[in-house]
Design a protein around this ligand. Structure first.
Ligand SMILES: NC(=O)c1ccc[n+]([C@@H]2O[C@H](COP(=O)([O-])OP(=O)(O)OC[C@H]3O[C@@H](n4cnc5c(N)ncnc54)[C@H](O)[C@@H]3O)[C@@H](O)[C@H]2O)c1
Length: 311
C-alpha cells in the first residue's frame, strides 16, 4: 500500500506543500482547523495548478488535484501517514499543541517536519512523545516554486529522522540544506538578515535611496546569486580562486564589518521613510497585483531551471 503525506495547517505555506508532494505523484491528505480555509482550498489549489500548467511546469492539473484530499479532522489526515508537514501559525504555543495532536496519531515509523520560519523545534517538541522523529523542515514560500528547504534537527532529533526527511525532500524535487544544529533564523534568514541590516542602515544614513539599494541587488548581486552562492561567486572573482579573493579583499570586508559593530534598530521614523519611498513606486492598492507578477517571474525561473536539469 502506498502511504500518504499529511499536511497540518493549509494556509499559504501548507497549501503550497500539498502541491509539492502531489506534483511528485504522492497522495496527500490536508487538514486545516479553519473550515473557511478548508472550503476555499480546492479553488486556491486549482488556480495555482493552472498557473503551473500555463508555465509548462506540470502537464495535468486535474491529475495532481486528484491526489489531494481535504480532511475535516487531524486524525483523518495524520493516521497512517508516512510523513507529516506541520504548517500551522507561527506561534510557539500553537506549534506545541499541533505537535502533541500529531504525535497522538502518528504511525510508529512516521516523521514530522515543521515549516517554522524561525522558532527552533526544541521550543515546541521537548515534551512531545516520539520527539526524536520531529525536526524543522523550513521552506521558502511558495515551496513549489522556490526549491530550498532547511532541515534543522532539535538536540533530540534522531539522525535517522534527518536522513529520512532529506531522502523524501530530494525525492519530491526540493533542494536540501542540512544544518548540524539549531540557530535562530537558520541559514536563509540569517543571510537575508545580514543584507537587510546593511540595506536599512545605508538608507537611514542617506547614502542611497531604497530604489538604488534595490537596484544594486537586482542588477548587481542578484543575477549571479540566482544560480550560484556567495562562496562560488568569490571563488570565480579572483584569478587564484577563493583563497586569493580572501587575501586580497578580506581586510576590506573586515573593515566594513568593524565600522558597524551594532545592529541599528529599525525605528518607526525609519520605517515610515522607507514606506514613503516604496509607496511612491508602488501604490498600496497595487501590492497584490505585483505579488502576482513576482510569482509569474518565479514560474519563468522555475521553468528555466527545469529545462536546464532535463538537458
Ligand atoms: N508565509 C511565508 O512566507 C512562510 C515561509 C516559510 C515558512 N513559513 C512558515 O509556515 C507556517 C505557516 O505559515 P503561513 O504563512 O502558511 O501562515 P497562514 O496563516 O497562511 O496559515 C496557517 C494555517 O494554520 C491553520 N492552523 C492553525 N492552528 C492549527 C491547528 N492546530 N491545526 C490545523 N491547522 C491550524 C490556520 O487556520 C491557518 O490556515 C509558519 O510556521 C510560518 O512561519 C511561512
Amino acid at each position: 500500500m502506498t502511504r500518504h503525506i499529511a499536511i497540518v495547517g493549509a494556509g499559504l505555506v501548507g497549501s503550497g506543500w500539498a502541491i509539492v508532494f502531489a506534483r511528485a505523484g504522492m497522495l496527500v491528505r490536508v487538514f486545516d482547523q479553519s473550515a473557511p480555509i478548508r472550503n476555499a482550498l480546492p479553488e486556491v489549489l486549482s488556480g495555482q495548478l493552472e498557473d503551473l500548467k500555463a508555465h509548462g511546469l506540470i502537464e495535468d492539473p486535474a491529475t495532481v488535484m486528484g491526489r489531494i484530499q481535504i480532511c475535516d479532522s487531524l486524525a483523518r489526515a495524520v493516521d497512517g501517514a508516512l510523513y507529516v508537514q506541520e504548517s500551522v501559525l507561527e506561534r510557539q504555543k500553537v506549534k506545541a499543541e499541533a505537535s502533541h495532536a500529531i504525535a497522538n496519531h502518528l504511525a510508529p515509523d512516521a516523521i514530522v517536519g515543521s515549516s517554522t520560519s524561525g522558532i527552533p523545534g526544541s521550543a515546541f517538541t521537548e515534551d512531545v512523545p516520539g520527539r526524536e522523529r520531529f525536526l524543522v523542515v523550513h521552506p521558502v514560500n511558495p515551496p513549489y516554486l522556490v526549491p530550498v528547504v532547511e532541515l534543522v534537527p532539535a538536540p533530540w532529533t534522531a539522525p535517522e529522522t534527518v536522513a529520512a526527511a532529506k531522502a523524501l525532500m530530494e525525492e519530491v524535487g526540493q533542494s536540501v540544506v542540512t544544518l548540524s544544529r539549531e540557530v535562530e533564523g537558520f541559514v536563509l534568514n540569517r543571510l537575508q538578515g545580514a543584507l537587510l541590516r546593511e540595506a536599512w542602515a545605508l538608507f537611514d544614513e542617506g547614502f542611497a535611496t531604497a530604489e538604488d539599494i534595490d537596484k544594486t541587488v537586482r542588477d548587481g548581486l542578484g543575477p549571479r546569486w540566482s544560480f550560484m552562492g556567495p562562496f562560488e561567486t568569490i571563488d570565480l572573482n579572483a584569478p587564484g580562486g577563493v583563497a586569493d579573493y580572501a587575501r586580497r579583499l578580506g581586510p576590506l570586508y573586515q573593515s566594513i564589518a568593524a565600522s558597524r559593530p551594532e545592529a541599528p534598530p529599525w525605528t518607526e521614523d525609519l520605517i515610515s521613510r522607507v514606506e514613503r519611498e516604496r509607496r511612491s513606486h508602488l501604490g498600496a492598492g497595487d501590492l497584490a497585483e505585483r505579488r502576482g507578477w513576482r510569482d509569474r517571474r518565479l514560474m519563468e525561473m522555475a521553468a528555466d531551471r527545469q529545462r536546464r536539469t532535463e538537458r
